[in-house]
Design a protein around this ligand. Structure first.
Ligand SMILES: Nc1ncnc2c1ncn2[C@@H]1O[C@H](COP(=O)(O)OP(=O)(O)OP(=O)(O)O)[C@@H](O)[C@H]1O
Ligand SMILES: [Mg+2]
Length: 343
């Protein structure tokens, strides 16, 4: 049996986990920084990086302690090396390098997106390659054919904002706490998803790309009009995002024979989104897999598991491996017209 220590600090969650090759999470800990970023309505990179420096070492000690293990009993150290807020990325990567060097263990530099992409396989031993992945998170909204470890074909991406950003920006407009996704989902339970007319950007278009920036502007107008209840705006926004995700994913399913639809990333924690995509998969004769909510939002277990998959495949990295702010899963994918940095 192999044991891997996973370290994550690419956004505003410091996270550590110990994961085994037989899919057990021996110990894990996540410390978010919501209250530190709350006054700004979004993550402040400088504050996040400084917090990781303070939080991460204690988390590593706690997780090893909880599992009653020493770093010498670990087979390899996996750390997120990007993409993300570069100041934060460097904290876990450098901590990983230090541990690997001191304990004489291999280092595995993990792509955070690969962490999300492979996370369902940690809890679903029957999930085999290839699968169609809808990766929906705070910084990304992509459809990828996952063909194997390190082998991705991007079918679609967002031309502007990510789905998580749409939730977060709308929440800010509604005066809800950051991160906005869980707050909008909560409020939407008491609202009418048909009450506020909102657009479905790119729905029906020929390529399965996404666009969410227009939704934010429409929510802004709905809030400013004073004509709608916050619950109805939240429910209508959630419904618009569900409709966009379902329509675009339906189109992508036509472009792949992959037998399973998988959804991962922070936004996949949303119950309405999980339900709608499960229905879509079933209507198209595909199996459906989604990780539990704790494995959707940023965590150390998905980094340890992606490290495990790479370690099992025989890869590790040299100690001079760089931290990367931008690191696409499909390096050959063309930039989409109108896309900003989120390709
Ligand atoms: N229940 C939910 N409903 C909708 N969105 C949610 C829910 N829970 C979390 N989110 C959203 O998920 C996002 C955070 O996901 P995650 O932690 O994977 O993102 P990230 O790591 O910041 O971005 P990336 O993985 O692209 O680098 C936030 O935008 C948050 O609002
Ligand atoms: Mg993430």
């Amino acid at each position: 049996m192999t044991v891997i220590l996973g370290l994550e600090s690419s956004c505003d969650d410091s996270a550590v986990a110990l994961v085994t090759s037989d899919r057990r999470v021996l110990a894990q800990a996540v410390v978010g920084q919501n209250s530190a970023h709350q006054p700004y309505g979004g993550v402040v990179p400088e504050i996040a990086a400084r917090a990781h420096v303070e939080i991460l070492p204690g988390l590593i000690a706690k997780v090893l302690d909880d599992a009653k293990m020493s770093i010498r009993e670990v087979d390899a150290v996996a750390a997120t090396a990007g993409p993300g807020l570069i100041g934060g990325v460097m904290v876990a990567l450098l901590a990983g390098k230090g541990l690997a060097l001191a304990a004489g263990k291999p280092l595995i530099a993990v792509n955070h997106l690969e962490g999300h992409a492979l996370s369902p396989r940690l809890v679903d031993p029957d999930l085999h390659f290839p699968y169609l992945l809808l990766l929906v998170s705070g910084g990304h909204c992509q459809l990828l054919e996952v063909r194997g470890v390190g082998d991705y074909r991007r079918l679609a991406t967002t031309i502007d904002d990510a789905a998580g950003e749409a939730f977060d920006k709308a929440a800010k407009l509604l005066g809800l706490p950051y991160p906005g996704g869980p707050a909008i989902e909560q409020l939407a339970r008491h609202g009418d998803g048909t009450a506020v007319p909102l657009p479905r950007p790119l729905v029906g278009s020929a390529e399965p790309h996404f666009s969410f920036a227009g939704l934010k502007s429409s929510v802004q107008r709905a809030v400013a009009s004073g004509s709608y209840r916050a619950e109805d705006i939240a429910a209508s926004l959630q419904q618009a995002i569900v409709d966009c995700l379902v329509d675009r994913t339906r189109l992508a399913l036509d472009k792949t024979d992959a037998p399973t639809l998988v959804v991962a990333g922070g936004v996949a924690a949303n119950q309405a989104i999980r339900g709608a995509l499960a229905e879509l998969a079933s209507a198209n004769g595909r199996a459906f897999s989604v990780p539990p909510a704790w494995l959707c939002t940023d965590n150390g277990a998905m980094i340890a598991w992606a490290g495990m998959e790479r370690f099992t495949a025989g890869t590790s990295d040299a100690l001079d491996v760089p931290a990367r702010a931008r690191w696409p899963l499909d390096e050959s994918a063309e930039k989409v017209r109108g896309a900003g940095v989120k390709a």
